[in-house]
Write a protein of this length. Structure first.
Lengths: 438, 311
């Protein structure tokens, strides 16, 4: 009996070991990218184009290039419904699949906050591109989180920079009035500390108006705008809040070219309900819209077989579709660097993180990616996970499409960076983290 | 002293400082309230006829609006699209009676309520599968321009919604009070079995009331969809109707209107004058707080039937 048990145990152990070895071998030439999506629920109009952008870019890599550096790209979508709790479940479900996730893009500020402590334990880098925790830009404290090409705070400072430019110089901001209409959530409030600081620095009056979730009814907010008559309105909205705000702004006759959303308030879906009334509305942007960029043409050619109608149905060229493509491209390039550094072998999470800390996408590399003029160069370091020269483009809706207006608007890093480092130091103290020396 | 100033003196002084603006806020609140009432009416109808709180009412609004806008996008003329949508909603009412309500006759209210939760997900899923999740512009020709009357800004769309709600309430009040079907509906709400025993056709009555509720959902969908685009978040407007129902009473059509108007005004006045003291975005919270306080003193609502139970 004893011998039989021993033999069974030995056989089981052998099968287990063989299984593990076979599993590792099976995934050795696959690079796994989990994709958190929200194709259903109240935020689906924003989630769907982003998800399509990711899906199509990864498909392009496999079809056009045979993957990344010879290794096939493997993806799996998980539906989060933009619900933080469901998002955490998605993370837990996918983190060890297909040989392990190389990185994650949470696509939700709330979810990013939840994953920050988990990622450090699981050794999975988080890319929260233009969202998430602003303080994570300090890589000395947030080793596993990357929020290039700009944080909410940099974005808000770039907006003020833009307003200063439009008013004929920063000195002319004195006495002006800016209203910040924001979603009443951690995300919506992110820009407030920066705007407060800049209000004191430049002498403009700041009015903060919070809008309750989901933002279908905003009469009280816009009646206050009508009464207070701000010179500019900056909006940090999401989902239906954006659409209603643009419509209400039109109702009270607020000039659209002085109404600027952040880059989560400037999608194609946001301007639909107001129709022609939304012409002139502006938003910040981290990349251009449309299908002019070579990468978009490649997607139409290789993924849709040249079928432009099918591409349009799948939202190719829409702002948030392009956001998904841009995000997938940068994530891919970081993994490419890691693969190269590991001698063409599949890297682990730590190797991808190391690659992200010396990640540079200059103009030449953007051109190679088919993204010339599509976005600004990015240069990330161990200390600065936001990138060296954050800023925004300003895009404007002309009734048919979003068009980038003017040059890249730099953030006021001299103001924002000390705030980031202060917030990161407070987080480090609170969580007993010893900042790295870099 | 500072607290006194922030919460009591400053808001009152602010109101006195600009009475025209106060009037504008109140009118804005009334207009918003009308929109809430349109949703609340659908709840009231179902509750009056079956004694059940229809959790799926918001999803019905979405489904009706998606169907209408889907037909319009396929170049169906407006009037025909509205008629076809109504036919779809009647068909839906028939299916609900056949496959859900018929099996739940004389069951406890909580069972019916749970069934409507399931129904909510069916509507959400079916609507999105059939018509997608894109934001769709709904333009049925309602004017959207704004104009000033004595310095007060009035929006034509809001005015149109107010008139629509008034007409709808009038028609529904006559329907419930003056027609035999209306009386039968009230009898069914009181007691399913007793209504059946006196020859009231329960199945037909339920199909009628769910159809009328579908029609109200369509009207609400047109108004809310015209305002914010037709999209999934229309489901969430049901949340706006809850305090209205608590205030107005679950079985009163006029109560849904008065409750809506009161909640609308409470919300806007509180947000504009007391919002800054709380950091803003208090209107949703304030509406529920007002309903909760009201619930303590008059649980049946302003126009609801007084609850008398034999012991």
């Amino acid at each position: 009996m004893k011998l039989r048990s021993l033999l069974l145990a030995a056989a089981g152990f052998a099968i287990g070991i063989t299984g593990i070895t076979e599993t590792d071998r099976a995934y050795a030439d696959e690079l796994f990218f989990p994709v958190f999506v929200y194709r259903t629920g109240p935020y689906a109009p924003s989630g769907e184009p982003i998800a399509n952008g990711f899906r199509d870019y990864y498909a392009l890599l496999n079809k056009r290039d045979g993957g990344i550096e010879g290794l096939k790209v493997k993806t799996e979508e998980c539906e989060t419904k933009y619900n933080t709790k469901v998002g955490v479940e998605c993370y837990e479900k996918l983190k060890n699949k297909h040989g392990g996730a190389l990185l994650v893009n949470p696509y939700s500020t709330g979810l990013t906050y939840q994953l920050i402590p988990k990622a450090a334990v699981d050794n999975i880098p988080i890319i929260s591109m233009g969202y998430g925790r602003t303080a994570a830009a300090d890589g000395r404290v947030f080793k596993w989180v990357f929020n290039f090409p700009a944080t909410y705070w940099s974005q808000a400072s770039a907006f003020v920079n833009y307003v200063g430019d439009q008013e004929g110089g920063m000195a002319n901001l004195k006495g002006k009035h800016i209203a910040h209409v924001h979603h009443n959530s951690a995300y919506g409030k992110e820009a407030n500390p920066t705007l407060d600081t800049l209000s004191k620095k430049f002498g403009f009056k700041l009015t903060k108006l919070a809008v309750d979730h989901p933002g279908q009814e905003q009469k009280a907010t816009w009646l206050q705008i009508r009464r207070k008559k701000p010179d500019w309105v900056f909006m940090s909205g999401w989902g239906v809040m954006n659409q209603v705000a643009i419509k209400e702004a039109a109702t009270i006759g607020f000039p659209m070219d002085r109404f600027v959303g952040n880059w989560w308030s400037g999608s194609d879906a946001d301007v639909v309900p107001a129709g022609d009334n939304s012409i002139g509305y502006k938003s910040t942007a981290m990349h251009s819209a449309g299908v002019k960029a070579k990468v978009m043409q490649d997607i139409i050619k290789h993924v849709y077989g040249g079928d432009k109608a099918a591409a349009k149905t799948n939202k190719v060229g829409e702002v948030l579709y392009n956001r998904g493509v841009y995000n997938a491209a940068l994530a891919t390039e970081a993994v490419r660097d890691a693969v190269k550094k590991s001698g063409g072998k599949k890297p682990n999470g730590d190797q991808v993180r190391a690659a992200l800390e010396s990640f540079t996408v200059d103009k030449d590399r953007l051109a190679k990616l088919g993204m010339s003029g599509f976005a600004n160069p990015v240069s990330v370091s161990c200390r600065n996970h936001e990138g060296a020269a954050p800023g925004v483009f300003i895009q404007q809706w002309d009734g048919k499409q979003w068009k980038v207006k003017g040059d890249f608007v730099p953030a006021m890093s001299d103001v924002v960076r000390p705030m980031v480092e202060k917030a990161a130091a407070a987080y480090a103290k609170e969580n007993n983290i010893k900042p790295r020396g870099c | 002293m500072e607290v006194l100033n922030t919460f009591f003196i400053a808001p009152v002084l602010d109101m006195a400082d600009s009475p025209i603006f106060l009037l504008e806020v109140i009118i804005g609140g009334l207009m918003a309230g009308v929109m809430y009432s349109l949703v609340a009416l659908g709840f009231v109808l179902i509750y009056k006829a079956s004694g059940v709180f229809n959790y799926a009412q918001g999803a019905m609004v979405l489904f009706a609006a998606l169907t209408l806008v889907g037909l319009l996008d396929n170049h169906v003329p407006l009037i025909l699209a509205i008629i076809l949508t109504m036919i779809v909603m009647v068909g839906v009412a028939f299916l609900i009676e056949r496959y859900m309500l018929r099996h739940l006759v004389n069951q406890a209210q909580i069972i019916l309520f749970m069934a409507t939760i399931g129904l909510n997900f069916v509507f959400e899923g079916a609507g999105q599968i059939a018509w997608g999740s894109n934001v769709k512009k709904l333009d049925v020709g309602i004017p959207e321009n704004s104009f000033e009357v004595g310095g007060v800004l009035i929006n034509s769309f809001d005015l149109f919604a107010a008139v629509t709600a008034a007409v709808l309430v009038g028609v529904l009040a006559i329907f419930f009070q003056k027609t035999s079907v209306g009386r039968a509906l009230r009898a069914v709400a009181d007691d399913h079995q007793a209504a059946l025993s006196v020859g009231i056709p329960l199945k037909t009555i339920w199909i009628i009331v769910w159809s009328v509720s579908g029609f109200v959902a369509l009207v609400a969908g047109i108004m809310w969809g015209g305002k914010a685009g037709v999209q999934f978040s229309l489901v969430l407007i049901a949340l706006k109707a809850l305090p209205v129902l608590i205030l107005g009473g679950f079985e009163s059509v006029p109560g849904a209107i008065i409750g809506g108007l009161l909640i609308g005004v409470f919300e806007k006045v509180s947000e504009v004058y007391w919002g800054p003291a709380f950091g803003g975005a208090i209107e949703g919270w304030f509406a529920y707080m007002a309903a909760l306080v009201f619930l303590m003193f008059r649980p049946q609502g302003l126009f609801g039937e007084k609850i008398i139970e034999r012991v």
